[in-house]
Design a protein around this ligand. Structure first.
Ligand code: NAG
Ligand code: NAG
Ligand code: NAG
Ligand code: NAG
Ligand code: NAG
Ligand code: NAG
Ligand code: NAG
Ligand code: NAG
Length: 909
């Protein structure tokens, strides 16, 4: 592709001058990424349909912030050749016109090639992507490097100049900033900050507590100046040497715009042999305040502070690190493009455009311990939901779900650092909802918790289960699934209770129509993910339970979701006129769960290809919203297509949107597929979804799970160890004896029962006409009246699912109670709840009592299906073990309490 790009470039160079005098390589796009290293160091250059032609440079216009109708965040570059000054980048007028010949975009870099009189200038913005190096990845700095070559064979006198304004410091440009020049080291560093910074506060998405640094290694010929924009730039234009002075009048950002300029005189040259490097940093510390749910407000610092505890140390390191950083950037570009090119060139373009965007939303952080040391074993990452789709919340779960492929591809550990604060907060006392939170704080950078009820319980619970399993299987690290197993089970049980009948629950798209099939299947995939998690934990009865539930739900779901002619999935249960993108099937592919059979993928793929014909910019998310689509869901739908023709078509449609130039927003998430117009989510990091095809067919790992107390086997071991001494020994013996007796008894019991060849459940005993079901062979056929054996499992617990209807499923896939969550009563309870003792064996194993009832009612065996029985037995057994384990835990706690309380260490900062 690089070759192809250059071919185009040379063709372009040979083409006689036409109306458009330059090209963006390898593809034109509505907005070019410039400096993207944090939610606040995040600037773009708007392009629109055609690059703007201007009086001075081909690419006039200031770089702007990522938001919609964005403010300027100025970064300016000029060159002086034989005494004549030209603008290379930025919109300051110059007497002499430079002409841009190309802009080149790669995953980590954007280069402008500009002809300035007799020299050609390459100005490259490099935003490093160093995902496996947490020190470098967490440094909010970006490089600009400039190379010059004479194009007429003659040597020329060349000086280079770059500056920034204080516009990086606030969305309110009347705020007062001050500044300092640090010139005593082997580099020049000009810094500016608000005179009255406000920690953790924002105006128009810009942070009010940042310090900007523009720096350059000191050379004999380098000079600097701080002052009014026209003065400093004018000084460079006329003499090429700056005054090394600073304006003493601290003032508002937009009051005679103070700028911070550094120039270098290259002498008389034919070309530069090493790049001239500027470094822009926008530093904050702490970057996030985080409530861990235990009453502690943690002030989290960027990871790199553990290595470089001052801004000056970081700047010095990075200036010396430039050559390596550029090589690493080129290597990262080659890797990403090499992988993406295997899909297609348009696909590689989409990955190119999204890479910096996906990573720049993240702050990777550490916490300082009370003794002043950094706790590097407690890494947490925080994600600003730039673009605000679904609300601005911190670590917004549905947006993480979209962007997860980027992190899984680049370094799955980052995925874990992002999940960690979500899981930690929600397993604390401060969180009591039975479903997963939307985020952990209402606005970045305040990750101070969010326990508010919401209407996306299925969406977010399933997202969390899917992402937590993906992290475990991509990283091989089972710490999170082990540590938060009870919490994950609560969410799975919530899905078991709710996902088949989502009713008015909404998705990330805020669609409010009833019973969205795409939402229901996400929940079913979430339950299947939980089965895997239980498997890795060694909690085998629940592996079977969740597997059984997800299989039977999937059959049921198909009967409600497939169109009457079997041609495609409906957007809403039974609504024959509806269709949609069904992007959640991507999770099934990502985790290789095979929840949905190939026949359904094939029908949906065919339908998608047919309906996307003649729609150049893709399909709407849902047929009820014909003017609303999303790039992430388009790419997820493409990734789950079962043939490459459909996949490539959808990718091309997203590509068409990006290159149409109807809008000039920073790669926005939401758009109108009928017009390619922007409708929302500018700068959204959810564009990390573009990486989705690079994480399919991945060799998934079996995570290594630290010892946990949830598998029956280790429960015995742990409990014995904990209780210790004589008591522990006696109890352990008791468990073994009890288990042996119990197993023996239950085995006899099962063997004495006959089993039915088929299994049919209908919660209200009424069959709805027009349903479909799938046999394991995958054929889809209408119900035959004779195959229906209405059978009421339980008369309780149907209130919320009056019409819930279970189709015939192959024997072995059915479970008696597909909705009741066995034992969830216990798992739902949190530390500090009123009782340590779970339900007894007689209280679990059947559908639970209706809402409001104190305890689950014992329910008579509902069916003599062997499989279902085994599940019940397993769970009863498991519960007995749990009860014993808890009993021992209670004994342990009593013993501990009897001992003297340990000295307490202050928790405050
Ligand atoms: C830029 O292009 C204009 C118009 O095509 C031309 O007149 C001018 O000489 C060019 N400048 C340079 C530096 O090439
Ligand atoms: C500018 O970049 C292009 C493309 O990488 C390269 O061919 C050219 O030599 C570079 N020019 C300079 C002055 O480095
Ligand atoms: C600029 O303002 C900050 C915050 O009030 C202050 O800490 C710093 O000393 C000031 N710098 C100068 C040079 O006045
Ligand atoms: C975060 O909380 C602080 C108070 O701790 C407040 O001043 C600030 O405005 C909040 N930031 C946002 C973005 O809401
Ligand atoms: C599932 O439903 C049962 C019965 O209504 C209830 O007892 C249980 O708490 C629910 N579990 C979750 C996690 O919502
Ligand atoms: C694909 O869809 C078209 C139009 O709906 C239909 O005619 C065709 O039979 C389908 N092909 C397959 C392989 O399902
Ligand atoms: C795109 O949308 C904006 C605002 O929603 C509107 O002003 C503009 O006219 C639209 N452009 C096109 C080409 O439809
Ligand atoms: C959703 O689907 C279920 C199962 O078919 C049905 O019982 C329920 O009434 C539906 N809800 C709405 C709001 O249509």
């Amino acid at each position: 592709m690089v070759l192809l790009a250059w071919l185009f470039y040379f063709i372009f160079l040979l083409t006689p001058a036409s109306a458009q005098t330059w090209a963006t390589i390898p593809f034109s796009t509505q907005s070019l990424p410039i400096a993207l290293r944090s939610p606040y160091l995040n600037s773009w250059l708007s392009q629109g349909k055609l690059p703007s032609e201007t009086p001075s440079a081909g690419n006039a216009g200031w770089p702007v912030f990522w938001t919609s109708s964005p403010p300027v965040v100025a970064w300016y570059i000029a060159v002086r050749v034989d005494g004549l000054a030209y603008t290379i980048f930025g919109d300051a007028a110059q007497p002499h016109q430079a002409n841009q010949t190309a802009a080149i975009i790669t995953p980590t870099q954007t280069t402008f090639i500009v002809q300035a009189g007799p020299v050609s200038v390459n100005a490259t913005f490099l935003s490093p992507i160093e995902p496996t190096d947490l020190v470098r990845q967490s440094m909010p700095f970006t490089y600009l490097y400039v190379d010059v070559a004479s194009t007429d064979g003659q040597p020329h006198a060349v000086q280079l100049y770059s500056d920034i304004s204080a516009e990086w410091l606030s969305g309110d440009r009347s705020m007062i900033c001050n500044w300092t020049a640090n010139t005593n080291s082997d580099y020049i560093s000009l810094q500016t900050q608000l005179q009255s910074p406000i920690p953790f506060a924002e105006i128009a998405d810009q942070a009010l507590d940042a310090t900007a640094y523009l720096s350059m290694s000191k050379q004999a010929s380098s000079t600097w100046q701080i002052g009014r924009d026209v003065d400093v730039r004018g000084q460079f234009n006329t003499s090429g040497v700056l005054l090394q002075t600073q304006d003493s009048n601290f003032r508002a950002i937009a009051d005679n715009f103070p700028v911070f300029g550094i120039s270098v005189d290259l002498g008389t040259i034919t070309k530069t042999f090493s790049s001239n490097v500027w470094l822009l940093g926008l530093l904050r510390d702490p970057v996030v305040q985080y409530s861990n749910g235990e009453g502690n407000n943690e002030l989290r610092s960027p990871y790199f502070w553990s290595q470089y505890p001052t801004a000056q140390a970081a700047i010095s390191f990075l200036l010396n690190d430039f050559t390596r950083a550029r090589d690493a950037g080129n290597a990262m570009d080659a890797k990403i493009l090499g992988d993406a090119q295997k899909i297609s060139s348009p696909y590689a373009d989409m990955v190119t455009l999204s890479a910096r965007q996906a990573l720049s939303a993240v702050d990777i952080t550490l916490k300082k311990e009370n003794n002043g040391s950094w706790n590097t074993s407690d890494v947490k990452a925080f994600f600003k939901n730039m673009g605000g789709v679904g609300g601005p919340g911190v670590n917004a779960v549905d947006m993480l779900f979209s962007t997860f492929p980027a992190y899984l591809y680049l370094n799955p550990a980052i995925a874990g650092y992002l999940l960690s604060p979500l899981l930690e907060f929600q397993s604390s006392k401060l969180y009591a909802l039975p479903y997963a939170a939307h985020d952990i704080g209402l606005a970045y950078p305040n990750a101070t918790g969010n326990s508010n009820p919401h209407n996306e319980g299925i969406e977010q619970s399933a997202n969390m289960l899917i992402m937590t399993l993906a992290h475990a299987q991509f990283s091989g690290d089972g710490t999170l699934i082990s540590k938060y197993y009870p919490l994950l089970r609560t969410w799975a049980d919530y899905l078991v209770n709710n996902t088949l009948s989502p009713d008015a629950q909404t998705t990330s798209d805020s669609l409010t129509s009833a019973n969205q099939t795409n939402l229901a299947i996400k929940g079913i995939i979430g339950i299947a993910a939980m089965s895997k998690i239980s498997e890795f934990i060694g909690d085998h009865s629940f592996t079977t339970h969740y597997q059984t539930v997800s299989s039977s739900y999937e059959s049921e779901w198909q009967s409600l979701s497939l169109a009457a002619d079997g041609s495609h999935l409906l957007a809403n249960y039974g609504l024959q006129s509806s269709s949609g993108l069904m992007y959640n099937l991507f999770a099934d592919k990502l985790l290789q769960l095979n929840v949905v059979p190939n026949t359904v993928y094939q029908a949906q793929t065919n339908f998608t290809l047919q309906s996307s014909k003649g729609s150049p910019y893709g399909l709407p998310i849902d047929s009820s919203t014909p003017t609303k689509s999303r790039t992430d869901w388009m790419i997820f739908a493409a990734s789950s297509a079962s043939d490459s023709a459909t996949r490539d078509e959808l990718v091309l449609q997203v590509h068409n949107f990006v290159t149409a130039g109807v809008t000039n927003e920073a790669f926005p998430l939401i758009y109108d597929p009928t017009s390619a117009n922007f409708t929302g989510g500018p700068g959204s990091p959810a564009q990390g979804a573009m990486f989705s095809m690079l994480v399919l067919n991945h060799t998934l790992k079996t995570p290594s799970v630290p010892p946990n107390s949830f598998s029956p086997a280790s429960a015995k071991v742990n409990a014995g160890a904990i209780a210790g001494g004589v008591i522990g020994g006696l109890v352990a013996v008791a468990i073994v004896v009890f288990l042996a007796w119990f197993l023996h008894r239950r085995r006899q019991h099962i063997q004495s029962e006959k089993h039915d060849p088929s299994f049919t459940v209908d919660f209200d005993g009424v069959r709805k006409p027009g349903g479909y079901h799938t046999y394991s062979s995958g054929t889809i056929e209408p119900f035959a009246e004779s195959t229906i054996h209405p059978f009421t499992v339980a008369s309780t617990n149907t209130s919320s699912h009056p019409n819930l209807h279970h189709t015939v499923v192959p024997r072995g896939l059915a479970d008696v109670d597909v909705r009741g969550s066995h034992g969830s009563e216990y798992y739902h309870r949190r530390a500090g709840s009123d009782s340590d003792v779970g339900p007894s064996a007689s209280q679990v194993g059947g559908p639970t009592a209706s809402e409001g009832s104190e305890r689950p009612l014992p329910v008579a065996p509902a069916s003599n299906v062997l499989m279902a029985k085994q599940t019940l037995v397993n769970e009863e057994l498991r519960t007995e073990v749990d009860n014993l384990r808890r009993e021992m835990e209670r004994i342990r706690i009593e013993r501990e309490q009897a001992m003297e309380a340990p000295p307490s260490y202050g928790e405050s900062h």
